[in-house]
Design a protein around this ligand. Structure first.
Ligand SMILES: CCCCCCCC/C=C\CCCCCCCC(=O)SCCNC(=O)CCNC(=O)[C@H](O)C(C)(C)COP(=O)(O)OP(=O)(O)OC[C@H]1O[C@@H](n2cnc3c(N)ncnc32)[C@H](O)[C@@H]1OP(=O)(O)O
Length: 184
């Protein structure tokens, strides 16, 4: 991965450990929002990522490239593949149970990905420093040990839940995140 200095953990960054009570291996992580393009079951043409965590801190997921995800005829759109990377990385930092948003996402495309291909995605955190989290992800074709087609590195920035209420759809946040109180 040709990650930049922006997505490389600085000295002193701490690699996070799984939280007590982290999901057991194989447990579906579930969508964070039903209409999310990446994970929402109600999104008609979304990626429908179903993710699990083998160790409470890494995320694995599968994404089968569909008709709706093309760029060149018969090939996955690079932006869609970047969205898959963004989503699986977002899911992995959400395992820390703190809200983060993408600040920067860097993507390397190593091989074309035909429609019908199942990408085996994996994301992990390389360090946390203050509000900044450094993460990486990869997408392999054919099997979890198959050739790498896409790689990504990202800087995620921690925000409060009010970020989503202030800038987005506060009612949807209340409806789907019952632990969130608008006026705690
Ligand atoms: C209805 C239900 C919803 C519930 C949700 C529950 C939680 C989520 C759960 C599960 C997620 C699953 C996955 C989701 C999908 C994947 C994630 C996405 O796609 S998120 C969307 C795209 N991203 C944005 O829309 C961010 C837009 N940008 C911003 O809002 C701000 O710029 C923000 C928050 C990133 C930073 O703004 P500041 O004002 O809070 O803070 P400042 O001081 O600017 O930055 C803090 C530090 O970060 C660095 N920084 C920020 N952005 C940077 C960048 N692009 N490059 C380099 N450094 C950057 C700054 O230099 C600063 O560093 P120094 O503390 O000074 O060392």
């Amino acid at each position: 991965m040709t990650r930049s200095t922006v997505t490389t953990p600085p000295p002193g960054a701490v690699r996070p450990q799984a939280l007590p009570g982290a999901p057991a291996p194989g447990t579906p992580l579930g969508p964070h929002y039903s209409r999310c393009f990446g994970c929402g079951g109600q999104h008609p043409t979304g990626l429908h990522l179903n993710a699990t965590s083998p160790d409470g801190i890494t995320v694995t997921a599968e994404f089968t490239v569909g008709e709706a995800h093309q760029g060149a005829p018969g090939l996955a759109h690079g932006g869609v593949l970047a969205a898959a990377m963004d989503e699986v990385i977002g899911m992995s930092i959400w395992l820390l149970q703190r809200p983060y948003v993408t600040g920067r996402l860097e993507t390397d495309y190593l091989a074309p990905v035909p429609v019908g291909t199942t990408l085996h995605l994996r994301a992990w955190c390389t360090g946390v420093s203050g509000r900044k989290a450094y993460l990486e992800a990869e997408g392999r074709t054919g099997s979890p040990d198959g050739p790498v087609a896409v790689r990504a590195a990202a800087l995620f920035v921690e925000v409060g839940m009010e970020h989503f209420a202030k800038h987005g759809d506060a009612q949807a946040l209340i409806d789907e995140h019952h632990e969130y109180e608008v006026n705690p």
